[in-house]
Design a protein around this ligand. Structure first.
Ligand SMILES: [Zn+2]
Length: 255
């Protein structure tokens, strides 16, 4: 086994499958256990089914609205959630109890998520470096839009591909970055691929003094990646078409 592999606790996994009831556990807030912190509608709690060995798995319930989603939140609503998530992520890192701490979000059936209710995950890895395989080159790409110190690009060297948007910002530009993330998610779910994409992931990184949010539309995984670790990407002409489509779709005029 490689030192950074994550080990799945199959006993917890089995309980998770057996106990899952038809109701939404995140709507039923009176029944939630292990709450660490709350902020209006946002709740940070321990993951009831922590399936990974040598980790601390937290769930961040974004909103009391079961059908809430980045693409349908208001700008300030999403900004508040994002800032809260970044703050809690940093707080866990500051404990120095973990070799690395991950912050990410699943949305939709093909994203790896098991709950529809809007949530993010913060996972502290005691012994693993979750960033070992992620390179600077995974964050650079063809520029799409720049506003103040925040940028959106399309990865030239995606981790998996095909399409990976990188939103990069410094702390002071978080408001613009939040709007870039919100509109990119909206584009992925309604504009991109004629609205046929129903799943995406967000992955957050801290790289060279900046935050990066990688936004990845999810489809069935490519066998080239599954079998050979070969990422795929679009050719330059298609990237330019996507950028035009994206810029027509998104509206950053209020920023
Ligand atoms: Zn719910």
């Amino acid at each position: 086994m490689c030192e950074n592999d994550l080990v799945f606790n199959s006993k917890v996994g089995r309980n998770k499958t057996a106990i899952q009831s038809p109701g939404c556990p995140f709507c039923n807030t009176d029944e939630l256990n292990g709450i660490i912190d709350t902020n209006q509608g946002i709740i940070l709690l321990k993951n009831k089914f922590a399936t990974l060995i040598d980790t601390t798995q937290l769930v961040l319930i974004e909103s009391a609205k079961h059908d809430g989603e980045i693409s349908n939140y208001g700008s300030s609503e999403w900004l508040e959630i994002l800032q809260y998530a970044l703050k809690q992520w940093q707080k866990i890192q500051n404990t120095h109890e973990y070799r690395s701490v991950l912050l990410y979000k699943n949305f939709g059936k093909l994203s790896g998520g098991s709950q529809a209710h809007p949530h993010m995950q913060i996972v502290g890895l005691k012994n693993s470096d979750g960033y070992a395989e992620v390179k600077d080159s995974n964050f650079t790409g063809t520029p799409v839009v720049q506003l103040s110190g925040a940028t959106v690009n399309i990865s030239d060297h995606p981790i998996m591909g095909f399409l990976e948007f990188n939103v990069t910002w410094k702390n002071e530009d978080v408001k613009i970055a939040a709007e870039m993330i919100r509109q990119t998610v909206k584009y992925i779910l309604t504009g991109y691929y004629k609205g046929r994409c129903e799943s995406y992931n967000l992955f957050f990184y801290q790289n060279r003094g900046q935050y990066v949010c990688k936004i990845v539309p999810r489809f069935v995984d490519s066998p080239y990646f599954v079998g050979y670790k070969i990422p795929q990407k679009f050719n330059a002409e298609r990237v330019q078409e996507l950028i035009q489509e994206y810029l027509t779709f998104c509206d950053f005029s209020k920023n």
